[in-house]
Structures are given as structure tokens and as C-alpha cells.
Design a protein. Sequence first.
Length: 282
Amino acid sequence: MSEKSLKDLIEERFETDSLQLPVFNPVALELQKLNQSDTVSMNQIANLIIKDQSLVSHLLRLANSSFYGGLKQVETVSAAVVRLGTNRVTSLAMLASLLLVSKAHVKAVSACLPALWSRTFVCATGGRWLAEQMGYKSLAEEAFLAGLLHDIGELFLLKVLERLAADRSHPLPLTESLVSEILGAMHQEMGYRLMVKWELPNRYARIARDHHAQEFDENDALLVITRLLDLVCHKLGIGQAADPDIVLAATPEAQALGLKEIKLAQLEILLEDAIAEANGLF
């Protein structure tokens, strides 16, 4: 019998482990689904969150951070929901969920997590700001989640590779270069399939699939915003090698949004603060 390829091994893990691997907290996933209902109440949101005390502690930490906090410290989930609203609390719960799983014990995997976290957080934070600035205020929290979820395929692959490397019968030898190559080749398709399997809204799955595609729907505001934030991260070297030669104003994404150089410069300044916030959270 021929040996299985690395892609085959990853596919096996997707089929068997994609609902069990700790990529997202189950309560956070259920919360995202619940929040799609037109009849969801604040009490339902709060009652679901308090089922997981680790999620509660991270959520309250985020709700009281300098970046999200209000004038008075919130001490309960209910107070956080009242202050921030169900959409914002759902976003923060997903963010807290990512924080809970952003750890690894395999060196080649753990080395990738800080960069992924920085890029994810910056894309989410910048996406929300840009949506508000460009007349898409009603999409602000969706833009935050799109930024948070668009590279979820990378996190899933990192978790799969960690398990394969820790397999005592046939441990997979990993190097950082190999991990990087796998992420680059597979993370878009894997992210899309993962979100479809999790039954998350299709708009997020499409963004996971298309955020690096050569051709894209310029009328999909969430996709365009997320793609632009990815380009800004590439230009500034956030979570990847910097490419200062990228002219953001000349990109199809900036042109589709009608963004001028002044607004793009403001965005870059905002992201510098977001980087500091991301490092503090991580």
C-alpha cells in the first residue's frame, strides 16, 4: 500500500476532526448562529455565553479593554450585552474564542500563531472602521467578523498539523517553511469548506474562499473591505513580509470603495494602534 500524501492526511483530519478540533469555541459558534435570528433576545445571548466560564472571562476582559471599553467597567455578561449590543458581543465572543485556541506546543506551528493573530485582529478592527467610514455602518460588525474569519482556514490547518506532528505512531516532521507552504496553498479552500460545514453564514465562507482570488465581486462590500485590509497588512508587514511598494490607492479594492489617499493614510494610522492592541491581547 502506498503511503498517504500530506494532503491526504489533512483531508482525513478534515473529514473526521473538523467539528471537534479546537478552532472555535462551540458556544461562540452557536452564538453566531443564534444571532442570525430576527427574534433573538439579549437574555438568550447572555444565557448562552455563561455556559462557558472561560469564554465569559475573556469576553469581559475584551469588553473592558481600552479599545472597546466604556466609562464604567462591566462585570457581567448581561451588562456587556446591554452596553455593547448583541452584534458587538457576538463579535467579541468570536474574538475571545480565537484567543482561547491561539496556542500550540509544536515549534513550527506556534511560530506562525502570533503573525496570524496580528493579521486577523488588524483586518477585523480595520474592517469595522472602514465600513463605518465608507457609509456601510450597518455592516460594521459583519466587517469585523469577516476580517476575523477570513483566514480561519490557516488556524484550522495549523491545528491539524500540530496533531499530525504529535502523532506518536507516525509523527510528521514539520519546518516553518513547510508549514508556510501548506498554509499558502490550502487555507482559502479549507476555510470555505470549514465554514460551510459549520453552517456559518455563506457570506463569510465566500470571503474565506475569495480574499486572494484574481477575480472578485467588486459589489460585495464585505469582500472588498476584507481584501483591502489584507493588502494593507501586506504593505505594512503585519503578520507577513512587508511590501512597501504596494500603492493602495491604485488597487481595484480601493477604487471599488472610492477610497482616496487621505482616508487610506488614516487607516494605516489606525492599524498601528490596532497592532499594539493585538499584541496586548495575545
